[in-house]
Design a protein around this ligand. Structure first.
Ligand SMILES: Nc1ncnc2c1ncn2[C@@H]1O[C@H](COP(=O)(O)OP(=O)(O)OP(=O)(O)O)[C@@H](O)[C@H]1O
Ligand SMILES: [Mg+2]
Length: 321
């Protein structure tokens, strides 16, 4: 009897022991997994982001200021009440993707290459209007799945203005205050929307400022109601995916950030930066020549670069023997 009892006891303890071992093993795997995931995150450093923006972003004082403050306060907040949602607006080549990359390399060790950054380009990922229901389901699942496995995920939506309103509405629940969807919290995620929508309004305001003889650096988010104008423009534009969008209506975007059109001196700075990138000796006169040969608008005054700093590298190599 005693022997049987001993055997039963041994068996039971063995089972609990082995399941205990399994539990410990699973916990260890989860700790190691979390460690490696977290390992992709950089400790946030305000000074590093400030320096990065100062050194590599030209002519965008509003963007530098708002991005630095918004990203810093979000990254330093241990308990944010909503995800960070930034909407970048401006004409072509003024640095919208560039700034998304700068933020990425200040959050993740692998920068824009991090597997926790998910970029969607509307016309590439969601090209067919007939498949909107499928895209909606996929998008919902992608966002939910990625944030549940890694809360500090970043989502970049490029060409946001070309996105179908139905898809924009899919994102909405994830952006909301105190958002929890199926038990997953989205408060630590970062959403960045990029679009040309509002770009013309921004360019008009910048041009007015220039014509009034005012210093570009005096232009701020609230000058000439810039942020409100962008908002109204994209909300009421029939060609914009943002048209009457619930995201705007419910004030889920933290900041609509205006990217100003770039002037000659900024394009010159871009050429100089490209020289460094191409391991060339920096040559101011050459940079000036390359920049001056790009198209500028308006027709008469030629103040702003039509394509911003886009294709600067491609033009530069034409000048090199
Ligand atoms: N303000 C800027 N400061 C420094 N470099 C810039 C700036 N704007 C653009 N560039 C350079 O030009 C390249 C193209 O810019 P970017 O892709 O960020 O433009 P964009 O605003 O996203 O334009 P689009 O609306 O056409 O997508 C960048 O990779 C960067 O090298
Ligand atoms: Mg872009």
């Amino acid at each position: 009897m005693k022997v049987h009892l001993l055997i039963v006891l041994l068996l039971v303890s063995n089972i609990t022991l082995s399941s205990g071992v399994l539990d410990v093993f699973a916990a260890a795997v989860s700790v190691v997994y979390k460690f490696f995931q977290r390992d992709d995150l950089l400790p946030f450093d305000f000074k590093r982001l400030e320096k990065d923006l100062k050194d590599s972003l030209f002519g965008q004082h509003i963007v530098s200021d708002v991005v630095l403050k918004a990203v810093t306060s979000f990254m330093n907040d241990s308990n944010p009440n909503k995800p960070l949602v930034l909407s970048f607006h401006g004409t072509t080549g003024v640095g919208k993707n560039h700034v998304a990359k700068i933020i990425a390399r200040n959050v993740y060790k692998k920068g824009i290459q991090s597997k926790h950054i998910h970029t969607y380009i509307s016309e590439h990922h969601f090209p067919h209007r007939t498949k909107l229901d499928l895209y909606s389901a996929q998008l919902k699942q992608w966002i939910h799945g990625n944030v549940s496995s890694f809360p500090r995920s970043m989502f970049i939506f490029d060409e946001m203005d070309k996105m179908q309103p139905q898809l924009i509405d899919v994102i909405k629940p994830f952006l909301d205050y105190n958002a929890r969807v199926d038990g997953v919290s989205f408060h630590n995620a970062i959403f960045i929307f990029l679009s040309n929508a509002g770009g013309n309004v921004i360019a008009e305001v910048a041009l007015d400022f220039w014509r009034e003889g005012k210093d570009r650096e005096e232009l701020w988010m609230n000058s000439k109601e810039l942020e409100t104008k962008i908002l109204q423009n994209i909300f009421n534009n029939k060609n914009s995916g943002f048209l009457h969008s619930s995201i705007i209506d419910h004030h889920l975007v933290d900041h609509y950030i205006p990217f100003l059109p770039l002037e000659l001196k900024h394009v010159r700075q871009c050429v100089m930066a490209e020289m460094l990138h191409l391991n060339m000796t920096q040559d101011y006169d050459l940079a000036d020549r390359v920049a001056r040969n790009l198209p500028f608008f308006p027709e008469e005054e030629k103040i702003f670069a039509v394509k911003g700093c886009k294709s600067v590298r491609q033009k530069l190599v034409l000048y090199v023997d």
